[in-house]
Design a protein around this ligand. Structure first.
Ligand code: ACO
Length: 322
């Protein structure tokens, strides 16, 4: 049996951290550092400037991941980018990334659109390519510039998000690696979180900004994150007690706390980076993973439970031995 294991990780954040107070002052928001920190756990985030794109952030994260894996860019034979803020309608951000990395070996490159669950969707797809023998070494990336789709007059959403990218090199291996994964969607909940606009005749038609029913998202997220964590643990024949680190999508610290509590995990087993990154959508899990590995928290051999939930609605989890 061929397993898929993480050979290396990397991440990228644009510019300097922007505090809640600085954000409030720039956009003249009727808000406060205390409100944002108390309701969301967010204290700062990074925001891309007008010239920085998802593919640019992805390229920086991937160069770091490739170096960490000890391979060359042209050893990569599959590129999957999870993003909801692509550089263009097309070509895909994955092909732009491929060119930026100088990968000229004909490797397939494509984007996955599952909003904040995008990285776990991309990981599940890449794992199937590797397990089937179709790929030996994949780049799996989450990259976002959500600042481009925020309504800076809507204090209920614009304080929640940040920009960034995270990447892993996923390699074929004789031992684990990924032990179990599960991905799900239910399109009936499309209106709970969406950017309902589109491009037509050269113009944005409809509403081009992110809209959200925050309380409905909160309840839905905690329920499906708990369920899908239990699903992958059951698939692998393991229990929450075996988990060394929960690496959840970083939406809001209260969602993380509620999910950990429902799973019977203490917060000292839960990776939290939402305080300094905000919600970076598809980038949040690989960013949290890379930062925690480089800080020495997550170590080789640890059992990790990665899980995400996002617009669509979509949700999923991956259980893996790092
Ligand atoms: N500063 C000050 N006041 C605010 C702000 C703000 N930034 N935003 C909203 N408020 C106000 C509201 O206007 C409202 O005022 P009112 O009572 O005068 O009408 C009051 O605060 C309460 O608003 P609620 O929406 O009820 O606040 P709630 O406690 O639900 O917190 C929040 C809002 C933080 C968005 C919460 O619902 C939440 O965390 N939901 C989860 C959503 C989430 O994390 N989404 C991320 C994207 S989805 C994903 O990644 C899966």
């Amino acid at each position: 049996m061929t397993y898929a294991r993480i050979g290396g990780t990397g991440s990228a954040l644009p510019g300097e951290p922007i505090s809640n107070d600085a954000l409030i002052a720039t956009h003249r928001l009727d808000s406060s550092d205390a409100w944002i920190a108390e309701r969301t756990g967010i204290r700062s985030r990074h925001l891309a400037d007008a010239a920085e794109t998802s593919s640019e952030l992805a390229a920086t994260a991937c160069r770091r991941a490739i170096e960490d894996a000890g391979c060359e860019a042209n050893d990569i034979d599959l590129i999957i980018v999870a993003t909801s803020t692509p550089d263009f309608v097309f070509p895909s951000t994955a092909t732009l990334l491929q060119a930026k990395l100088g990968i000229v070996n004909g490797a397939p490159a494509f984007d996955v659109q599952a909003v904040c669950s995008g990285f776990v969707f991309a990981l599940a797809i890449a794992e199937k390519f590797i397990a089937s023998g179709a790929s030996r070494r994949a780049l799996v990336v989450g990259a976002e510039v959500f600042s481009r789709i925020l309504d800076w007059t809507d204090r209920g959403t614009c304080v929640l998000f940040g920009d960034g990218a995270g990447a892993v090199v996923l390699e074929a291996a004789d031992g684990p690696g990924i032990l179990a994964s599960a991905i799900h969607a239910d399109g009936r909940h499309q209106n709970m979180l969406s950017v309902p606009g589109q491009l037509s005749a050269g113009k944005a038609v409809g509403d081009p900004f992110l809209r959200m029913d925050g309380q409905a998202v909160f309840k839905f997220a905690v329920r499906v994150l708990t369920d899908v964590a239990q699903e992958v643990l059951a698939k692998a024949g393991l229990s929450t007690q075996d988990v060394d680190w929960l690496v959840p999508h970083q939406a809001n610290v209260r969602i993380l706390q509620s999910t950990a509590k429902k799973l019977g995990l203490t917060m000292d087993k839960c990776i939290v980076t939402v305080d300094r990154h905000g919600n970076t959508s598809a980038a949040s899990i690989p960013l949290a993973l890379d930062v925690s590995i480089r800080e020495g928290k997550i170590r080789r051999g640890d059992l990790l439970l990665l899980e995400g939930v996002g617009g669509g609605f979509t949700w999923g989890a991956t259980l893996l031995s790092y």
